[in-house]
Design a protein around this ligand. Structure first.
Ligand code: NDP
Length: 245
């Protein structure tokens, strides 16, 4: 785990978009970013969950966030372009983008992979990230110092039996991170990936139903790396794979 202490105002005056901000790790990241001074754009599928995070941020007295309800499964390039335009109008630029929302898909033998399921996993975990990143790059290039953070997994770095659909999507995410980082080397934009490691969320419980969640770190306990990479202390750090634990 990274030895780092984020300053209270690390993200002051920054605007940061978090996907899957209503639950699990995305929710914790949205709250941590807001606590450190950022205006957070909460993007997700279930509006009720986003509203609950919005209320928590407001009640804590952090900068007022924004909500973008979007189902990554069905969103089109036009939806992302419209979102980029709205962000530019409201905030001028975007300082941070945390690609966090993902689907686990179905675990099982490769021979049994359902093409419907694999297409859905690749749409949410990969194609949506491509479209969103493409649409937001112009507005991120306008930021004085910008950070894109992709969420990987241990199976995004080493394949594992029965994890085909999800592992393929995470390997592709790592490839996108590296290609983008290389393309923007020497610019104001850094691009990195984080593997959160085993964390107490719904996705983890679905993947490992026999495990005791109490044995796992909470999302709040793994935020150090998420904060470090979003803030300007990580200026110049790009193209790297991080582990949050
Ligand atoms: P959760 O399942 O708890 O949360 C996933 C989030 O993604 C939810 O907010 C969910 O929204 C959102 N989401 C899912 N599908 C869509 C969609 N179609 N459109 C918009 N939003 C969507 O997962 P975690 O918090 O555990 O995972 C966060 C990230 O960390 C993922 O990328 C995951 O792969 C990765 N990861 C997690 C690990 C763990 O141990 N927890 C380990 C390794 C990697 P809603 O609730 O509305 O459906």
């Amino acid at each position: 785990m990274l030895e780092y202490q984020a300053a209270k105002d690390l993200l002051k005056d920054k605007t940061i978009l978090v996907t899957g901000a209503g639950d699990g790790i995305g929710r914790a990241a949205a709250l941590a970013y807001a606590e450190h001074g950022a205006t957070v754009i909460l993007l997700g599928k279930t509006v009720k969950k986003l509203e609950a995070v919005y209320d928590e941020i407001e009640q804590a007295g952090y900068p007022t966030p924004a909500i973008v309800p979007l189902d990554l499964k069905g969103a089109t390039e036009q939806n992302y372009q419209d979102m980029a335009e709205t962000i530019e109008q409201q905030f001028g630029h975007l300082d941070g983008l945390l690609h966090n929302a993902s689907l686990l898909g179905v675990l099982g033998p490769f021979e049994h992979i359902s093409m419907d399921s694999v297409k859905e996993v690749l749409q949410v975990n990969l194609v949506a990230e491509i479209m969103m990143t493409k649409a937001l790059l112009p507005v991120m290039k306008k930021a004085p110092s910008a950070s894109i953070l992709f969420t990987s997994s241990s199976v995004g770095r080493q394949g594992r039996a029965f994890w085909g659909e999800y592992a393929i999507s995470k390997f592709a995410t790592e490839g996108m991170m590296q290609s983008l980082a290389h393309e923007y080397e020497g610019s104001n934009l850094r691009v990195n990936s984080i593997n959160p490691g085993a964390t107490r969320t719904k996705m983890r419980a679905n993947a490992y139903p026999a495990e005791n969640p109490q044995d796992l770190k909470t999302p709040e306990a793994i935020m150090t790396t998420y904060l470090y990479l979003m803030g300007d202390d990580a200026k110049g750090v790009t193209g790297q794979q991080f582990n949050a634990q």
